[in-house]
Ligand binder design. Sequence first.
Ligand code: COA
Length: 334
Amino acid sequence: MGTVQLDVNDDRLTRQAHQALTASRAVGRPWYEPPSFEETVVDWRHEDQAEPKEIWVAEHDGEVTGLAMLYLPMEDNTWLAWCDLHVHPEHRRRGHGSALMDRVVERAKDARRTSLVTEFMVPVDEPEHGYRRFVERHGYTLSNTEVVRHLDLPVPDSQLQHLDSASRPRWAGDYRLETYVNGVPEALQPSLCEVMNQLIVDAPTGEIEYEPESMSPGRYREHLGVERQMARTRLTTVALGAAGEVVGYSDLVLPAGAPTTVFQWGTYVHREHRGRRLGMAIKVENLRRLQADHPERRRVVTGNDGTNSWMVSINEALGFHVVELSPAYQRKLD
Ligand SMILES: CC(C)(COP(=O)(O)OP(=O)(O)OC[C@H]1O[C@@H](n2cnc3c(N)ncnc32)[C@H](O)[C@@H]1OP(=O)(O)O)[C@@H](O)C(=O)NCCC(=O)NCCS
């Protein structure tokens, strides 16, 4: 048994790594729709200068048994590294996970990171779940917990109309909403990026305090290019202020290989524009567009910190229900 860095141009090993990842993520989660190999490999082969990644695999008898993805932010939050580690369910409890963890700890230290952060999915009612035991045994402590909710589609038009009517009088006249497919126009990108970079600062994240992110229009366009290659669709609703600048946004992402699933990515309203029901307005608007253009999609998946009552109350009003938890654990490195 050993760990090696995955050569993402080695098709055979890369396919095995994808299989280990999707088999691991599927354990106990019948709703899980795995991403296709084709879209995964586009992501793995993309070299993101702002956040380089390393993929390490554990092998046994020439077969991949597990993988660890290590992300090293270079332009913000450079004190930390993210890791996502999976062992194929048929190869668990034989030390592969620990071998991968030791490897990424070593690599994160080499990159002078002082903290490793990992997130994973566990059932709501199992505080002693084995995945928690694993990271605790490796010196991690709980930082915060996101509650993962699903919204079954379609949401009845009458419900969306009701939520729209209740919020519109609070913002109409001062703001306007626009929805774009696969990215906003260039003129809106600088103000969108400014707003996006604040999300990590304002959203509750427990013990870990993050700096603003450093999304720039160039990097935003680079991400759109990768998503195009992955055949993903991104729906973005923005709220525009008096000067035509973005003051809030909400992103829905439709993976090509998971044809019934939609991921809710960021939703954020800038501090100076809160209290006008814009959060609800942009989500309702984006959902309407999703339902009109993509009736094949069956559910939206979202995660919110348990203490983020503002976002949770919007999601509950829309009909999201709790499915699982995504705890974030941190390990200090010396
Ligand atoms: C968590 C995970 C990576 C463990 O992989 P693994 O190869 O089984 O891990 P190891 O064999 O190295 O386990 C090391 C120790 O962790 C603990 N542990 C691991 N799995 C456990 C389980 N299901 N129940 C209780 N303890 C567990 C045990 O102390 C174990 O030592 P032991 O087998 O001698 O008792 C694997 O279950 C997995 O892929 N889970 C899904 C993704 C995930 O949650 N990743 C964790 C975040 S990085």
